[in-house]
Design a protein around this ligand. Structure first.
Ligand code: TYD
Length: 202
């Protein structure tokens, strides 16, 4: 079982991944909790370059290439081996982030991303999309820590990302479940476990 967690900034996604991972581990499941970018040693270095607010890329394609480099290493060395040994993989962001951020947000050509995605050849079984307004999300992100290169982008950029995510969910309703994320941590966690995570494991 390969489950991914998606959404714009500030939706509380990472907190929920941690809680779900803890609960499933406690219930006896074998869990690999991971994230993109940064799920491998190489990925950690790529992540630092990608998120650095002082980073300036001189080609519009550099950023997307770095995300795919991170993903290919991650899929080959972490995700596929974990799935092959029967573990449940929980991944904070994956391919849908690239579609939303690089196509929806940055305006990269869709055929390019589709071609690069063919190199990855692994789709999630279930994707939880944490949806909330960019205004609320960025407000929450600001309270949390210094803003990274993406969080410093405009509300308009994040609105395009949100709409791109919602379009993807409409195209693949069986895989991508839209979760309203503007609520408290505990009730949201209980709803996710009961409505999506536990049914997907049974
Ligand atoms: P991170 O701190 O992991 O984000 P969050 O805590 O919001 O999940 O930073 C990852 C950033 O990289 C986030 O702004 C989304 C962006 N991103 C892309 O633009 N494309 C991608 O393919 C991925 C995986 C992430």
């Amino acid at each position: 079982m390969f489950i991914t967690f998606e959404g714009i900034e500030g939706g509380g996604k990472s907190t929920q991944v941690q809680k779900i991972s803890d609960a499933l581990t406690k219930a006896g499941y074998n869990i690999v909790q991971t994230k993109e970018p940064g799920g491998t040693a190489i990925g950690q270095e790529l992540r630092r370059m990608i998120l650095d607010p002082n980073q300036r890329f001189h080609s519009p394609y550099t950023e997307v290439m770095l995300f795919f480099a991170d993903r290919l290493e991650h899929v080959e060395t972490v995700i596929k081996p974990a799935l092959a040994s029967g573990k449940i993989v929980l991944c904070d962001r994956y391919i849908d982030s690239t579609i939303a951020y690089q196509i929806g947000g940055r305006g990269m050509p869709k055929p390019l991303i589709e071609t690069l995605t063919q190199l990855v050849d692994l789709k999630p079984d279930l994707t939880l999309l944490f949806d909330l307004s960019p205004e609320e999300g960025l407000q929450r992100a600001k309270q949390r820590a210094a803003l990274d290169r993406f969080e410093q982008e405009s509300i308009d950029f994040h609105s395009r990302i949100r709409h791109s995510y919602l379009d993807q969910a409409k195209k693949e309703p069986d895989r991508i479940k839209v979760i309203s994320a503007s609520c408290d941590i505990e009730p949201l966690f209980e709803r996710l476990m009961k409505d999506y995570i536990l049914p997907s494991l049974s």
